[in-house]
Design a protein around this ligand. Structure first.
Ligand code: APR
Length: 255
C-alpha cells in the first residue's frame, strides 16, 4: 500500500492538470450513508420511487420523496468534512487541483475549504430548495421547518409551483454547463483520481472513460470493485479518508 501511496503522490506532483472525481463513498466517513453499499440508501428506499417523472406527476410520490429527502438531509445538515474532503481542499491550496467533479449533494467540499469555482456539482445540491416553476431558491432549513409543521409536499409561496431540493433525480436533466465543463476537464487532464464511487450512474460515470481516452492516468480509490477497474493505472482498495490523507502528506513532502 505504501508504494501505491508514494506512486500516486509522485503522479500528482508531476501532473499538469489533476481532476478529482468523487461519489458518496467520500462522505460515509462523515456519517452520511452512501447508496449502494450494504445498508445504503437504496437498501432502505426503492430508487424507482424517486424518478423525476413520478415526482412531478403524483402528490403521493412527492410526499414519499420528501420523507426520504428529510431523512437524508438530517444526516447531512450538521455533518462535518472528513480527512478525504480536507485532503482534496489541500490539493487546491497547493495549486494542484484543476477541478473537483462531485456527485455528492452534501456541500461538504465547501465546508472543507474548496472554492466554488473549482467544484462541479453534477447532481446538484441538497443544501437549498428550488421551485420547479419559477426557479426561486428557498432556504432548505425553512422548507424543512414547514415539513416539520405537517406540510407533506411544500409548494412555492410565490407561484404555487412544486418545491424540490436542488438535486438531480433519476430522469431529471443534468445541469448542462457543469456536465459540459466536467467532460472538457476530464478530456484535457493528465491525472484523473476517482474517490468513493461505484461508477454505475451515467453520464457522471463516463468521466473516467473520457479522461482515459484523453490520455490521462486513471487512479481509483474505492472500497469495492468498479466497472472502470480494468482500465485504471492504479487501484487502491481502501478507506478514502486515510488514503487521501497519506497521499497528501507525501505530496507535501515532495513540494
Ligand atoms: N472509502 C472508500 N470507498 C467507500 C467508502 C469509504 N469510506 N464508503 C463507501 N465506499 C465506496 C463503496 O464501495 C461504493 O463503491 O463508495 C462507493 C459508493 O457508491 P454509491 O453508493 O453507488 O455512490 P455513488 O457512486 O456516488 O452513486 C452515484 O447514484 O443514486 C445516485 O445520485 C446518486 O450521486 C449518486 C449516484
Amino acid at each position: 500500500m505504501e508504494d501505491k501511496i508514494q506512486q500516486i503522490a509522485e503522479w500528482i506532483v508531476n501532473a499538469k492538470r489533476v481532476v478529482v472525481f468523487v461519489g458518496a463513498g467520500l462522505s460515509t466517513e462523515s456519517g452520511i450513508p452512501d447508496f449502494r453499499s450494504p445498508g445504503g440508501l437504496w437498501d432502505k428506499y426503492d430508487p424507482e420511487d424517486f424518478y423525476f417523472q413520478n415526482f412531478i406527476s403524483r402528490e403521493t410520490a412527492r410526499e414519499k420523496y420528501w420523507q426520504m429527502a428529510t431523512e437524508m438531509y438530517a444526516s447531512m445538515r450538521d455533518a462535518q468534512p472528513n480527512a478525504g474532503h480536507f485532503a482534496i481542499a489541500e490539493l487546491e491550496r497547493l495549486g494542484k487541483l484543476d477541478c473537483l467533479i462531485t456527485q455528492n449533494i452534501d456541500g461538504l467540499h465547501f465546508k472543507a475549504g474548496n472554492s466554488a469555482d473549482k467544484v462541479l456539482e453534477l447532481h446538484g445540491t441538497a443544501m437549498h430548495v428550488a421551485c420547479l416553476s419559477c426557479g426561486k431558491r428557498h432556504d432548505r432549513d425553512s422548507v424543512q421547518a414547514r415539513i416539520a409543521q405537517g406540510e407533506k409536499a411544500p409548494r412555492c409561496e410565490d407561484c404555487g409551483g412544486l418545491l424540490k431540493p436542488a438535486t438531480i433525480s433519476f430522469g431529471q436533466s443534468m445541469p448542462e454547463q457543469e456536465t459540459a465543463e466536467a467532460s472538457m476537464r476530464s478530456e484535457t487532464c493528465d491525472l484523473f483520481i476517482v474517490i468513493g464511487s461505484s461508477l454505475v450512474v451515467h453520464p457522471a460515470a463516463y468521466m473516467p472513460v473520457i479522461a482515459k481516452r484523453g490520455g490521462a492516468k486513471l487512479v481509483i480509490i474505492n472500497r469495492d470493485e468498479t466497472p472502470c477497474d480494468t482500465m485504471a493505472d492504479m487501484i487502491v482498495k481502501g478507506q478514502a479518508g486515510p488514503t487521501m490523507a497519506a497521499i497528501l502528506e507525501k505530496v507535501k513532502d515532495r513540494q
